[in-house]
Design a protein around this ligand. Structure first.
Ligand SMILES: Nc1ncnc2c1ncn2[C@@H]1O[C@H](COP(=O)(O)OP(=O)(O)OP(=O)(O)O)[C@@H](O)[C@H]1O
Ligand SMILES: [Mg+2]
Length: 383
């Protein structure tokens, strides 16, 4: 059976004749291209992002427009200039930060190269640092009192103000606003030539007034030279009967770190309250770090501004006594004469009528002196 019979049979089955059947040439040149596979697109795709992934879709869209390609075509002309601007600023800030970090690293390297190496010989003088995590507890007041009262036989006692507040000069009645330790250190001057006469034959090196830039420069220097204070003291050529009292700013500062690195005695000043109590642990940890790094200053505590009339203060005293044991070297009474003496430029220890606080300060001075003498004795046995 051939193809013509097939067609004739088919027509016949439907009750028709194949006489009118006309067969066309079956080859037809279709204009439409065959279907191409459309890759799966991530959905949903946010506008103005994912330029890479939609490229595939854009190629396909030449053949078949898909939902995604229509979206892309619609989104392309909308350029969010605010976002472009913000991202450019972000990139510029990143570049500026990287440039700043590079310059800082170069500076630090230069600083490291110019700094003298190694720990200088320890000063022969005894060094006592007054410290406290909390401000306003009476460090400067007690530093001034000890500078006035504590003398070793044949020696002199001098105070060094390591606090940019520059307040110790007022406590010791020295002439204010002269050049001090801050700017002298920046110029590399010896500290001996800057000592001022304070009350009761004391000597004082004030922090002095410096600009904010100078203060920052000095502090950066101190951060990089851990032996800065040790070197300054060594250059002063002090004797073994001299005593240096260091007044420090509150909290953990570069000045505190420097003071701890040279101190024979650390006197932590606290008040009888919860705010100071919670600082005891961090303080002990810090002193523990000092011991671990080879410095082992003796550490004592003093409660200042102690108000005997309040049961709470007395209870806090008991708590601190139990906690600190023999390290609690003294208690100094709250005495408004102390604050008033500062206001009038008097040294309270030189007032004719000695107050309770003054007696407490003198007792504290005696106990510290005894400890320094003990230290000298044990060192002479050891050598
Ligand atoms: N025992 C005291 N009785 C009464 N007032 C006191 C006593 N001790 C200190 N003061 C007063 O308390 C205030 C703060 O004292 P001082 O400046 O010595 O504290 P500080 O710890 O050095 O402060 P800072 O942390 O800011 O350096 C001053 O007005 C001072 O006169
Ligand atoms: Mg102070």
């Amino acid at each position: 059976m051939n193809r013509t019979d097939d067609i004739s049979n088919l027509f016949h089955r439907f009750g028709a004749s194949a006489d009118s059947y006309l067969e066309f040439d079956s080859h037809f040149d279709y204009k439409e291209k065959p279907l191409a596979l459309v890759p799966a697109l991530p959905v949903p795709v946010p506008a103005s992002v994912e330029i890479d992934a939609p490229q595939v879709a854009i190629e396909v869209s030449e053949t078949i427009p898909t939902v995604r390609t229509l979206q892309v075509e619609a989104e392309q002309p909308v350029v969010n200039t605010a976002q472009v601007g913000a991202s450019l600023r972000h990139l510029l800030a990143e570049v500026a930060l990287a440039r700043h970090a590079e310059a800082q690293a170069r500076n630090e390297e230069t600083l490291r190269q110019v700094l003298p190496n190694g720990r200088p010989a320890k000063t022969k003088a005894r060094v006592i640092a007054l410290v406290s995590p909390k401000g306003g507890v009476g460090k400067s007041t007690l530093a001034s009192a000890l500078t006035t009262a504590l003398r070793l036989e044949g020696g002199q006692t001098l105070a060094i103000d390591l606090d940019p507040q520059n307040a110790l000069q007022y406590h010791l009645g020295a002439e204010p606003d002269v050049e001090g330790m801050g700017s002298a250190s920046l110029k590399g001057e010896n500290w001996n030539s800057l000592l001022l006469a304070g009350s009761a034959g004391s000597l004082l090196l004030p922090y002095g007034s410096v600009t904010e830039d100078e203060r920052r420069t000095l502090e950066r220097y101190l951060e990089n030279d851990r032996y800065w204070l040790a070197r300054q003291l060594a250059n002063m050529n002090l004797g073994e009967n001299d005593v240096v009292i260091l007044d420090t700013p509150p909290g953990r500062t570069v000045y505190l770190d420097q003071a701890l690195s040279v101190a024979d005695q650390v006197l932590v000043v606290v008040t009888a309250d919860a705010a100071c109590f919670v600082t005891l642990d961090p303080m002990e940890r810090l002193l523990g770090e000092c011991r671990a790094s080879g410095q082992a200053p003796q550490c004592n505590y003093v409660i200042n501004q102690f108000d005997t009339s309040r049961a709470f203060c007395r209870d806090m005293h008991e708590v601190l006594k139990r906690r600190l044991g023999s390290k609690l070297l003294g208690v100094v009474a709250l005495d408004h004469a102390v604050g008033e003496a500062l206001a009038y430029g008097h040294n309270p220890l030189l007032e004719a009528e000695s107050s309770q606080a003054c007696q407490d300060m003198l007792m504290l001075s005696d106990r510290l002196k005894a400890q320094l003498e003990l230290m000298s004795v044990s060192e002479s046995y050891a050598s």
